[in-house]
Design a protein around this ligand. Structure first.
Ligand SMILES: Cc1cc2nc3c(=O)[nH]c(=O)nc-3n(C[C@H](O)[C@H](O)[C@H](O)COP(=O)(O)O)c2cc1C
Length: 221
């Protein structure tokens, strides 16, 4: 598959079939994704892949925390707000996604159920946590983002689906206890990974992008 096609095909997948992805396929993805660039080739990233009973235990505990109103304490600060234009895009994207799956604006129950589904990795059989030493600078988070995009594209190339989920790392203490990720690492993000459930309406949603003319500026071309 051409790179271009993989970029076109990749999108956030939010419903999965149950069968796990064979370890070999994930290993091949990592082998290639590891070619991502990083500041001074520091390769400031680690990945922990979790499935089976351990993932179910993490999810159960996180869901219980959410339902009990437990305060989130992510290792990477969640955004407190957005500049107006981005806030508009954020809300519009959410509105379009909910419209696609028939959730009305005021339907608190369905909206809450959707949010809980994020903690469940939207039913993916495996999850990938990306983490790195806490002392690293913002550039290392940037580097890990490049790795995450490689993973998502290589997965798409193989017909696998992914969804990056900031929500999945809101309770890092739970993840640490079940995985052994050390306290000295910050857990950056969780990715759902699995075979997309193509019948699920939520997977028919395609997010929009602003025209490049609005955000790409040419100077002295
Ligand atoms: C850092 C990051 C965190 C994200 N966290 C979530 C999340 O918690 N829940 C979710 O449903 N999607 C999450 N996403 C997916 C974005 O909503 C999605 O990438 C965006 O809407 C564009 O859609 P696309 O991935 O289908 O192109 C996250 C994406 C990124 C890059």
């Amino acid at each position: 598959m051409e790179l271009r096609e993989a970029i076109e095909r990749r999108k956030s997948i939010r419903a999965f079939r149950q069968e796990p992805v064979p370890r070999q396929a994930l290993e091949e993805i990592f082998q290639q994704a590891w070619r991502a660039p990083s500041w001074g080739n520091t390769q400031p990233w680690k990945a922990t892949i979790v499935g089976g009973k351990t993932l179910r235990s993490i999810i159960d505990e996180c869901v219980r925390r959410v339902l009990a109103g437990g305060a989130a304490s992510p290792d990477v600060e969640m955004p407190k707000g957005w500049p107006e234009e981005m806030d508009r895009r954020y809300k519009e994207s959410g509105r379009r996604l909910f419209a696609e799956i028939g959730i009305e604006r005021g339907d608190r129950v369905k909206r809450d159920a959707h949010r809980l589904n994020m903690f469940r990795f939207f039913g993916s059989p495996q999850a990938i946590y990306l983490h790195q030493d806490r002392t690293l600078s913002a550039y290392s988070i940037f580097d890990a983002g490049l790795l995450a995009q490689n993973i998502a594209l290589l997965a798409a190339e193989r017909g696998l689906g992914t969804c990056l989920l900031a929500v999945s790392v809101l309770y890092p203490d739970v993840i640490r206890r079940h995985t052994g990720i050390p306290e000295t690492d910050r857990i950056l993000i969780g990715l759902a990974v699995g075979y997309p459930d193509d019948r699920a309406p939520i997977n028919h949603f395609r997010s929009e992008r602003v025209p490049i003319e609005k955000v790409v500026h040419w100077v002295d071309e």
